[in-house]
Design a protein around this ligand. Sequence first.
Ligand SMILES: N=CN[C@@H](CCC(=O)O)C(=O)O
Ligand SMILES: [Zn+2]
Length: 411
Amino acid sequence: MTLLITNIKELLQVRETNVTVIKGADMKILPTLKNAYLLIEHDTIVEYGSMTDCIDIEADKIIDASGKVVLPTWCDSHTHLVYAGNRVQEFVDRINGLSYEAIANRGGGILNSAEKLQNISEDELYNQSAERLKQVIKLGTGAIEIKSGYGLTVEAELKMLRVIKRLKKDFDVKVKATLLAAHAIPKAYKNNKEGFIDLVVNEMIPAVVNENLAEYIDVFCEKGYFSLEDTKRVLEAGRQHGLIPKIHVNQFNAFGGVALAVNNDALSVDHLEELNTEDIEALKNTNTIPVALPSCSYFLSIPYTPARQLIDAGLPLALATDYNPGSTPSGNMNFVVSTACIKMKMTPEEAINAATINGAYAMGISNTHGSICRGKKANIIITQPIPDYSYLPYAFGDNLIDTVIINGQTV
Ligand SMILES: N=CN[C@@H](CCC(=O)O)C(=O)O
Ligand SMILES: [Zn+2]
């Protein structure tokens, strides 16, 4: 089966060689080809080029993309898409003056989601999550990382991760699973945090690894949640079992979590709404990528990750949604890209690089996803007719996506 997309107004993120991450000043460069074609065979990009060289190419199916922009699908490297129900009441409570922290302190927040998740069947959790996944695919997401962390017991964490495994099997998008073992201290361990960490280290991690349910280990390193010492213990235990660290860090306070993550070879450090010069120094000359989550800043009215500081220091940056019921009830990467431009002063080129190839890097899949490159997966967005690719972030809130192709198949 071959699919030929013709008359593409502009083909974005075209890479002749397999670049896997884009850093610093290079993020301002988005290679494109105007008046282009793209040829897909089965699930793979096999060729692209100028329309003037397309004359002799035959294909089983042709899509005319006149006036339209074509780009790789979004790579959303940070989500909590598997959750039960919603937290709309907390949203209303925050409008009425309660803070995110105050809600958490009275037993809401993550613990609220954990209670809902513990009381729902695996099938129902799957159904709710599959609906969300379908929605974000329609919005152009072609690869996604999903975390556990609303279980907080061994059984409930396994339930979440088994649901992620089913999503992985049932959907063509690339799905990566993360064990966010230490997300909050459960009620039963309120006065015994050490006991909970013992449970994570001695039971949760081995059980998850035994069923091969996760590739990454994550911790919410934050005041009131898990300290540097706790984080180190969990990350090291995860590494000993072959899990690669990722981390929630510097969301509300900066106290050395970034350096700790880097020292543990974390693939990514996520959130970074609070950032100091030590954090930036710690990230230089490492393989760890910072990940910004602007929809979370928007929804909670907290600072935006200082993208300019990170990029101007020569670092790479990825953008992701943080899709979850408490701090970001949206999995829309188009909104993330717009918000990064509008609020974080990222150029459209930087934001698109951050949401495609760098997002793929933050999931360890940039050899196969995130750019238009021969041999990579045919995961493609075709936009509606638009004047220019900068129109994507400009027209924030509009859905400008016409067609999504995953592994060569139109969704
Ligand atoms: N910050 C920690 N975890 C999630 C939100 C958790 C929640 O409120 O449910 C986040 O990334 O924002
Ligand atoms: Zn998160």
